[in-house]
Design a protein around this ligand. Structure first.
Ligand code: C2E
Ligand code: MG
Ligand code: MG
Ligand code: MG
Length: 280
């Protein structure tokens, strides 16, 4: 009996593994054809000045308008996209869409001073990156690259460091994304001279209930400020968080308390409406 149970368990495991492989292969094929047919789109989440509550910019976030499964968020496809080496293509699509959308906003009288895009390790380590960016004729300060801490622990650090300097020389700002989730010291990160530090929502969310977390976030903000680096809080879900973050000296706020990520049309409507004041 034990033997047959064991075999059943083994078959069960085997079956799941096989199903995973088949599903992943199908997803990979769908991602490739989705790129070909323009199914990947860019959504926008606004960011606000904590002090004035004016719109200061947006974060561009990739979405997949899947033909049968509807709108998909990155957790459904980014890992596979990385595995099949197309995450950098998605990054490029998002940046190019964001630049076009920024011009459409300008034509509509909507001022979006800055768009931040997420940049994968793959893209940062591509030695053709700077040349491809140069052709886009980006104005200084209008685009930020969000880079997660782990990018700087990678093997090919040299290409990344070189690219970082080239990117900055093109007028693109650097933001450290999800700060506080990795193991990198704040001092070593700030040596990269980023424009902004985005404090991860895992650190931000407990500040109301935990004095210790509050002190931690306060000191992160203080260190960043003393080095001339702006701070952005992620995952700001309540008004209480927003006002406490203002008190702690945080510069910019992003989160569901203000808005979820929106399609171009929904964002435009909200920005034109009375929902947000527009930074001058
Ligand atoms: P991220 O860069 O940290 O982006 C913020 C994520 O937090 C977004 O999830 C956003 O919808 C979510 N979020 C915003 N406000 C709140 C809040 O108040 N509460 C909570 N619980 N969540 C909030 P999303 O769009 O699903 O993206 C997930 C991650 O996927 C991003 O995290 C980023 O690491 C990655 N990603 C998104 N777009 C791109 C892209 O174009 N390229 C690359 N390489 N990665 C991307
Ligand atoms: Mg980000
Ligand atoms: Mg983030
Ligand atoms: Mg995050």
């Amino acid at each position: 009996r034990a033997k047959s149970q064991g075999r059943n368990r083994f078959q069960f495991f085997n079956h799941n593994l096989q199903a995973d492989i088949i599903n992943n292969k199908r997803l990979a094929d769908e991602i490739l054809s989705g790129i070909e047919s323009g199914e990947f789109t860019t959504w926008y989440q606004p960011q606000f000045s904590a002090r004035t509550m004016q719109l200061t910019g947006v974060e561009a976030l990739v979405r997949w308008q899947h033909p049968s499964r509807g709108l998909l968020t990155p957790d459904k496809f980014l890992k596979i996209a990385e595995e099949i080496n197309v995450v950098q293509t998605l990054d490029r699509i998002v940046l190019e869409t964001a630049l076009k959308d920024k011009m459409r906003w300008a034509a509509l009288g909507v001022c979006v001073p800055k768009v931040s895009v997420n940049v994968s390790a793959r893209r940062l380590h591509d030695d053709a990156l700077a040349d491809s960016l140069r052709m886009l004729q980006i104005s200084p300060g209008e685009i930020s690259f969000e880079l997660v801490e782990s990018i700087f622990l990678d093997e090919s650090e040299d290409v990344a460091a070189e690219n970082l300097e080239k990117i900055k020389a093109l007028g693109i700002d650097i933001e450290i994304d999800d700060f506080g989730t990795g193991h990198t010291s704040i001092v070593s990160l700030l040596k990269l001279k980023p424009k902004r530090l985005k404090i991860d929502r895992q650190l931000v969310q407990p500040i109301i209930t935990s004095a210790q977390e509050r002190a931690l976030v306060r000191s992160i903000i203080d260190i960043a400020r003393s080095l001339g680096v702006e701070t952005v809080a992620e995952g700001v879900e309540t008004v209480a968080h927003a006002s406490l973050l203002l008190e702690l000296g945080c510069d910019l706020l992003q989160g569901y308390a203000f808005s979820r990520p929106l399609s171009f049309d929904d964002f435009t409507q909200a920005a034109i409406g009375t929902a947000w004041r527009i930074a001058s």
